[in-house]
Design a protein around this ligand. Structure first.
Ligand SMILES: [Zn+2]
Length: 128
């Protein structure tokens, strides 16, 4: 690891930008959430990357908390008609779930690469 993009020095920055966790220059995604098979710059195989349901869980918990809190606060403060809630919170829920999904997936994959996290494997006795 020698040269880096300005914001790509940390795995966190690389992941949030959707860049390769090793070189910080290649792209991680093609399409909205589909991973490339490997980095087009350094050739890192993305086969290790499996964020699973992690991004969706973070997005649902954080976005859900924000939307429900805002809706409850608005209801208690102003008691607006129900259509106001629909107009306010449905678009906000979409923005808060679709917006951070890709950066969070990139972040989790970058952290997975950085910490060399992988699936647990059973060790056989007598072999090392
Ligand atoms: Zn790369």
């Amino acid at each position: 690891m020698t040269d880096h993009a300005p914001t790509g020095d940390l795995p966190i920055g690389r992941g949030l930008l959707g860049r390769c966790p090793r070189c910080g220059e290649g792209h991680l995604f093609h399409g909205f959430l589909d991973l490339r098979p490997s980095c087009e710059k350094c050739g890192l195989d993305y086969g290790f990357a499996d964020a699973g349901d992690g991004p969706a869980v973070f997005v649902i918990l954080i976005g859900g908390f924000i939307v429900v809190f805002a809706a409850l606060a608005t209801e208690f403060a102003y008691q607006p008609p129900y259509w106001v809630h629909a107009v306010l919170w449905l678009p906000l829920a979409l923005i808060l779930t679709l917006g951070p999904l890709r950066p969070i997936k990139g972040l989790l994959i970058a952290l997975q690469y950085h910490h060399k996290a992988r699936e647990g494997r059973l060790e056989r006795r007598g072999e090392n």
